[in-house]
Design a binder for this molecule. Sequence first.
Ligand code: ZN
Length: 150
Amino acid sequence: MKQTPDDKRIEINLQPGTLSADGFLGNDSRDVQSIIRADQAVVDQLGLTHELIAERLKQLTEMGKEGLGAPVHSGPLEITVEDFRGRIFCPFRDRAFFGKRVTVCKDQTSGQSIRWSDLNVHMIEKHGFYEGQGSPFRVDPILVHQICFQ
Ligand SMILES: [Zn+2]
C-alpha cells in the first residue's frame, strides 16, 4: 500500500523518542496497519468491539480514581490509578492529548494484571490501536477480555 506523507509522519510518531521514550511498537516488526488488522480480528473473535473495550477501561479508571492513588476493589479486581506529570499527544495526528494517567487492574484470583493510560483508551476507541507486541503499554485484547470482562 502506498504511504501518504501523513502515514509517514504517524510512523515517525510511533517510533521511540518522538512522542514517548519507548515508542508504541515495541519489538513488533509489522507496520501499524497490520497490527491494527490483526487486533481487529482478535477483538471480533472475542465478540467485543473497540468501543466496548474502551468503555470498560474508562469505567474501571473512573472506579479506580476514587482511591486517590490507593487501590480500589471491585469483585476480584484491584484497580489503582496513578497520575504522572506531563501530557502526551496522540501519535495519529488528530491533535488529541492526554494527561499521563495510568490505571493498573489486577485480577486477584488469577494474579494476572494489565495496565493502560488514558491515551491507550483513546487509541483503542478512535484508532483500533492496542500498540505493538513488546511495547510497555501494549493493551492485549485477550488479556483485557480475561481480566476486565469476567
Ligand atoms: Zn487519536
